[in-house]
Design a protein around this ligand. Structure first.
Ligand SMILES: Nc1ncnc2c1ncn2[C@@H]1O[C@H](COP(=O)(O)OP(=O)(O)O)[C@@H](O)[C@H]1O
Ligand SMILES: O=C(O)C1=C[C@@H](OP(=O)(O)O)[C@@H](O)[C@H](O)C1
Ligand SMILES: [Mg+2]
Length: 169
């Protein structure tokens, strides 16, 4: 069993909302590793960061990515930092991975003051720029396709991915 499509990209790229729209279009289940982590931990992500720290969150995330890749057959969205783990990048090999690309201006508008995203709680614009510069090569490394999201609606983006999946068969 493997996901029909895995979405990666920066916070604010739209992985969660586009993933939900795409899954509805395709008539398949949607899964988000951030939700899996919250269910397992029994608390929201910001609380995991406060109580146990980012390193613990990343440990839960590596396990969540491995489990979802092995058991989910629908659309799968990862958290923006999942690709930081070499182990998770290796696990993505052989999967259909779509990088939702976003430039800083749109990403900043979409995440606002970073509510629910502990890494962006302070100085979201500068932090996002840093994260995006650091991660761009990692998204490119794991992606089998890139879809631009700037200035486009989630419906338009999901439709492009659906078309891509149909073409690839
Ligand atoms: N293409 C888009 N156009 C307008 N708003 C968007 C778009 N993609 C995402 N958003 C909004 O931006 C916020 C972050 O989107 P989300 O799907 O949570 O991103 P990610 O999971 O990649 O961090 C949400 O409020 C979402 O509705
Ligand atoms: O970029 C990151 O390191 C993170 C992104 C978040 O997911 P989204 O990319 O869906 O916002 C979430 O996993 C956590 O707050 C850490
Ligand atoms: Mg998300």
């Amino acid at each position: 069993m493997r996901p029909v499509c895995v979405l990666v990209g920066a916070p604010g790229a739209g992985k969660t909302i586009v993933g939900q729209t795409l899954a509805a279009t395709l008539g398949v289940e949607f899964r988000d590793t951030d939700t899996d982590i919250e269910q397992l931990a029994g608390k929201p992500i910001p609380e995991i960061f406060v109580d146990e720290g980012e390193a613990h969150f990343r440990t839960l995330e590596r396990a969540a990515v491995a489990a979802a890749l092995a058991t989910h057959s629908g659309v799968l969205a990862l958290g923006g930092g999942a690709v930081l783990a070499e182990e998770s990048r290796a696990a993505l090999a052989g999967h259909r991975v779509v990088h939702l690309s976003v430039e800083l201006a749109d990403a900043v508008k979409r995440v606002g003051l970073g509510a629910g995203r502990p890494l962006l709680a302070i100085n979201p614009r500068a932090t996002l720029k840093y994260l995006m510069d650091q991660r761009r090569p990692l998204y490119a490394e794991v992606a089998t396709a890139t879809v631009v999201t700037d200035g486009r609606t989630p419906e338009e983006i999901a439709a492009e991915i659906a078309q891509l999946l149909r073409k690839e068969g």
